[in-house]
Design a binder for this molecule. Structure first.
Ligand SMILES: [Zn+2]
Length: 198
């Protein structure tokens, strides 16, 4: 069998994956015997393009319920502090978690590439935002909204509660009462089209 494995190929426990000259074996899902790499569990092949590391991911890991660094999450701003905001999030990589929620913080320096003078120029309580996990801490996560598709994806007028219209890079206008507000907006603000999974 001289077939080269590709990403997302299904392998079984004990299956031959390749040789150490070919791949860098990941410790938790593979083992090496006489220079040959074998799978220690059944699952999907994942090969890192740069490092050539080979790893086996199970379905549980694909659908895992705990966020890790690099995940994209969606949550609601709970409170504003002087230099950070706190939020709850329920969605990890487009998958909704109804029975559990997580707590995250975004520091003022992690909001935008642009200078944010006051936190409330970027976020308000109840804003729905998309963010990236930048660090795991005990029972909470540090998040970032630096990036084009990160930031507020929905917000309502703080005066009358109507959904605000985007009128500039970081400017919003209420179609009902004319109130102007500013936020760190995601590029697809109020136009979020991707499907979430349950
Ligand atoms: Zn309004």
């Amino acid at each position: 069998m001289k077939e080269t494995l590709k990403n997302n190929d299904i392998v079984l426990t004990g299956q031959y994956l390749g040789v150490v000259e070919e791949f860098l074996p990941e410790k938790n899902s593979t083992f090496v015997k006489e220079g040959k790499i074998y799978a220690t569990k059944a699952g999907l092949v994942k090969i890192d393009d740069e490092k050539r590391e080979i790893e086996i991911l199970t379905h549980q890991e694909k659908d895992r319920k705990v966020p890790v660094v690099g995940d994209i999450v969606i949550g609601t701003i709970l409170f504003l502090r002087r230099y950070s905001v706190g939020l709850n999030f329920y969605t990890i990589n487009k998958k909704l978690h109804f029975n559990s929620y997580f707590f995250g913080n975004i520091h003022v320096s992690q909001i935008s590439n642009r200078y944010i003078e006051k936190i409330n120029d970027a976020f308000q309580i109840t804003d729905i935002i998309r963010a990236k996990v930048s660090e795991e801490k005990t029972n909470e996560y540090d998040l970032s909204t630096v990036g084009k598709y990160l930031g507020v994806i929905h917000t309502d007028c703080s005066i009358c509660g109507t959904a605000l219209d985007k009128v500039g890079f970081d400017k919003l206008r209420c179609p009902m009462c004319g109130n102007m507000e500013s936020r760190k907006l995601a590029a697809d603000y109020r136009d979020v089209s991707y499907n979430l999974r349950y």
